[in-house]
Write a protein of this length. Structure first.
Ligand code: FES
Ligand SMILES: [Fe+2]
Lengths: 440, 167
């Protein structure tokens, strides 16, 4: 005899698109702080995310300082698609689909470099770094007069720049980058417009068996985990013990973007004193005032960017470091992390060196903060794969801080909560996420 | 020739010993093998067009350590809050192709291959970190100490969740 049960496991893979969307609307309840487990790994949810988020939103592809000279390029991935970001011969930035217009070969297989032209490894079509097709082997012989090269350039992906960050979107109807970013720009200024910033080297990349969403979710609201997940760091004396990570503000600026701002900084100014004039010149008074008091700042730009300014005591010296990463989805239950380190271009060599070392030690692939986060992302994702979670509709609790009211007296824009121990930003992030993936 | 063979043997044994200490999670024992002046770095592997240029970047380092920061990493492991290695990964460091490149009075430059197997948690897939080491060992008070380690992984995007282990 077999054990019988009347309980059904909802079969998301057998639902129609509209049934699936309804099921999501019925089960994901951000305002109540109830987030069901299955969304963290279900292939059907991932399909929707790819289509409704990663093919629609503005995504980060490169920092301008990575391609300073004409001919410079980097290859990047967005929405599962390889693109070449070039500083073209025309002096403009181009984001080009890395797909040969002849028969689809990946045109450029390098991570970076400087090239006038890209020659396809398959049949040798030759493209300028502006995307124009300029050469076809034996053109006259093989096409006669029938081939119009001007119609066969590489597909140019819509892009725009804010604070030297190059964003691109695979959605020709997307709102402007300006509108997409909205008030998060005020905080992006603190990270990337406070001084002339430059990327150090190339992004580090590593792979985690966890969903990209957990990265963004952790970024946008989770200062609370610092006490425990990063408890080892406090024990070492690199950061204060106790509830230091509580102090500051949690801020939501709309469209799934938000941040945690740690302040005041008990150790004083976390940035190079020699650049104070540059900071003052480039930031407005309110922004500079925040910079002065900043201990750390962790920003989520939806869907999958994390920006971090973190300060610490290293070898008896106060030092801060600035970085940007993307949580790049590689499957329903996996992601690749790409992480760029940035530094003030005009800082002293000594300061740059220590800042780089502090970054690598704490938030690079070997970072002693970094390491412990990936455990959480992996194990939550793997847990969520069990059909039992669907059968029982297991939900996770995101109700922290629901008893709190936003404050009105903060100088920057957004919905602002005093103190960072709050899940308000995650609730807002998942509302935005749900609206996006359930949009018609 | 005879001396060369003895030196080769000595250095190989030193590398095996080092691997054993790390595989057995004896980090204090490992730290003893390091010179106070150690430089411990891991550049980033990149896909590079021109064969004349190195296919790595030293501007980006995945490890950028000295004796102070390595000590921090080791002390962290002892805090019982170092979740990345709780429970610890099982690792096997296979060191091969040991080539002594340069010998001076009290220093040797030695290159080798590292194939590091990492089994994490209940994972059934194995993480493999394969790459090239360039080390400098120095005789300090009669013992070989690691003065410099330079490790270059073969992957441009690492197939492991973090570098919570030493290379
Ligand atoms: S596919 Fe590129 S030239 Fe044919
Ligand atoms: Fe964290």
């Amino acid at each position: 005899m077999t054990t019988t049960s009347t309980k059904q496991v909802p079969r998301l893979d057998e639902m129609t698109r509209s049934e699936l969307i309804q099921y999501l609307k019925d089960t994901v309840k951000p305002e109540e702080g109830l987030i069901p487990s299955y969304i963290f790994s279900h292939p059907k949810v991932y399909e929707l995310e790819m289509e409704k988020i990663f093919l629609k939103d503005w995504l980060f592809v490169a920092h301008k300082s990575e391609i300073p000279n004409i001919g410079d390029f980097v290859t990047r991935e967005m929405g599962g698609q390889s693109v070449i970001v070039t500083h073209g011969a025309d002096g403009e930035i181009h984001v080009l689909l890395n797909v040969c217009t002849h028969r689809g070969m990946k045109l450029c297989r390098m991570d970076n470099g400087n090239q006038k032209n890209f020659t396809c490894p398959y049949h040798g079509f030759n493209f300028k770094n502006t995307g124009d097709l300029i050469g076809i082997p034996f053109q006259k012989v093989v096409y006669g007069e029938t081939m119009d090269k001007s119609k066969m350039g590489l597909k140019e992906i819509r892009h725009d720049v804010y604070a030297d960050l190059i964003f691109a979107t695979l959605n020709s109807e997307a709102v402007s980058l300006e509108e997409f970013l909205g008030d998060i720009k005020w905080y992006l200024d603190l990270a990337f417009n406070r001084a002339e910033m430059e990327v150090v080297g190339l992004p580090q990349k590593w792979n985690v068996d966890g969903t990209w969403k957990l990265g963004s979710d952790n970024t946008i609201s989770d200062s609370y985990h610092t006490l425990v997940s990063h408890g080892s760091i406090a024990k070492l004396g690199l950061v204060p013990t106790g509830d230091y990570s509580k102090y500051g503000y949690q801020i939501y600026t709309g469209n799934g973007h938000g941040l945690n701002l740690g302040m005041p900084n008990p150790d004083g100014f976390a940035f190079p004193e020699s650049l104070i004039d540059e900071y003052k010149e480039r930031l407005n008074e309110d922004q500079y005032d925040i910079l002065k008091q900043m201990k750390n700042m962790i920003v989520c730009v939806s869907p999958n960017i994390m920006i971090l300014i973190s300060s610490m005591d290293l070898k008896g010296q106060k030092i801060s470091h600035t970085s940007l990463r993307i949580w790049k989805p590689t499957g329903p239950d996996s992601m690749e992390i790409s992480s760029w380190m940035l530094v003030e271009k005009n800082a002293t060599e000594e300061w740059k060196r220590l800042s780089e070392q502090a970054f690598t030690l704490t938030f690079g692939a070997s970072g002693i903060f970094e390491q412990d986060d990936t455990e959480n992302f992996t194990d939550i994702t793997q847990n969520s794969k069990s059909p039992y979670h669907l059968q029982e509709n297991i939900v996770f609790n995101y109700t922290m801080g629901m008893h709190q009211e936003p404050v009105e007296d903060f100088v920057g824009p957004g919905i602002v909560y005093k103190d960072k121990f709050n899940e308000a930003n995650s609730r807002a992030f998942f509302r935005n996420w749900l609206d996006q993936i359930t949009a018609e | 020739m005879h001396e060369d063979i003895i030196l080769q043997h000595e250095i190989e044994q030193w590398l095996y010993k080092e691997s054993e200490l790390l595989d057995q999670l004896n980090f204090d024992g490992w730290y003893e093998l390091l010179s106070e002046e150690i430089s411990y770095t891991m550049p980033l592997r990149i896909n590079q067009m021109e064969k004349s240029k190195p296919d790595y970047s030293e501007a980006t380092l995945l490890f950028d350590d000295d004796s102070t920061t390595l000590k921090l990493r080791i002390d962290r492991m002892k805090t019982d809050m170092a979740w990345a290695e709780l429970p610890p990964s099982r690792t096997r460091r296979n060191v091969s192709n040991v080539k002594i490149k340069e010998v001076s009075e009290n220093e040797v430059a030695v290159h080798s291959n590292l194939l590091l197997y990492r089994s994490r948690s209940t994972d059934t897939t194995a993480d493999l970190i394969s790459g090239e080491r360039k080390d400098v060992l120095r005789k300090e008070n009669g013992d070989w100490k690691l003065v410099s380690r330079w490790f270059l992984a073969d992957q441009t995007s690492l197939g492991t969740r973090n570098l919570a282990i030493f290379v």
